[in-house]
Write a protein that binds this ligand. Structure first.
Ligand code: ADP
Length: 271
């Protein structure tokens, strides 16, 4: 603690020093608390499928040993639980890799239209399975951004996957590429139930879900948007979330872009 003297003209300074160290400590505690919560949440998320796996192993070794039908059914569930654990571990590793490099801005020139097209092509078959059409409209033509291609793919995959997962069955997802001043804006829009305003500011927190059971049912880990937030930050971009409950949601990513064509001339990448 800084001694606060009076009457020697240093009063103000000492008070300031005291305040600064107090703020730092609060911030330090907050970071520490977040770290502790994160470890607790991650452990809990891993423990649940692990407990289920252990239970099924015991049942298969005991009561269900000679029941071929039960064995088949249990092995299917065990496979799903194992996949859930590996998805979670993959996401945890991605998050820590991105965080480790948080202060280094990736610098490669990336063709953003190709990245978004790739994401659409990769996810379209899954969309077909679920009866979801993925549309893509580009109103700016070719555009390059500085960044990391794989991370940008991951970012838009997460947003499109969410739009398919939460956008309601038989729906539509629209990806758009547009321009705002010197920035490029990629929007991912769905027409599902949307998100109530009180949840919006918390969506990018790790493990935050509006409906945990629904997220798990859809194969969610609760880390998708946390990963999105970190990738956007590393690219010095901005993430926007807009939603009118009952009408859908739009997630948009704004990045500094280099445009190669007059904005008015649409190159017709829309499908
Ligand atoms: P999850 O693995 O649960 O999908 P995310 O971090 O990707 O985790 O998303 C966090 C939560 O945000 C989801 O569980 C869901 O409740 C909500 N959410 C994300 N995208 C949408 C969307 N397009 N429409 C409605 N809710 C969404």
């Amino acid at each position: 603690i800084v001694p606060i003297r009076s009457g020697d003209g240093r009063e103000g300074k000492a008070t300031e020093a005291l305040l600064v160290s107090f703020v730092d400590l609060t911030q330090q505690r907050r970071v520490e608390q977040m770290r502790v919560d994160f470890i607790a949440n991650a452990s809990h998320e891993l423990r649940t499928p692990l407990a289920s796996l252990s239970g099924f192993i015991e049942t298969l070794q005991g009561p269900a040993r000679n029941d071929a039908h039960a064995r088949e059914r249990f092995l299917k569930i065990m496979g799903e639980q194992a996949r859930r654990m590996s998805r979670l571990i993959e996401d945890l590793l991605s998050l820590s890799r991105i965080e480790l490099n948080a202060h280094v801005m990736p610098e490669a020139a990336v063709d953003l239209v190709a990245v978004v097209g790739h994401v659409r092509d990769t996810l379209s078959p899954l969309g077909h399975e679920r009866g979801v059409e993925i549309g893509f409209a580009n109103s700016v033509g070719p555009v390059t951004v500085r960044g990391d291609r794989d991370e940008l793919i991951r970012l838009f995959e997460n947003l499109v996957e969410n739009a398919m997962k939460y956008g309601g069955s038989g729906g539509r997802v629209e990806i758009s590429i547009g321009r705002a001043e010197n920035d490029v804006v990629v929007g991912v829009r769905d027409f599902g139930p949307g998100i109530a305003p009180e949840h919006v500011p918390r969506l990018t927190e790790r493990f935050y879900r509006v409906d945990t059971a629904h997220s798990r049912e859809q194969g969610g880990t609760g880390l998708g948007l946390a990963i999105v937030k970190h990738i956007v930050a590393r690219h010095r971009g901005r993430l926007g979330i807009e939603s009118t409950p009952g009408e859908g949601a739009t997630f948009s990513v704004r990045l500094s872009g280099q445009f190669h064509q007059d904005e008015k001339s649409d190159v017709g990448t829309a499908a």
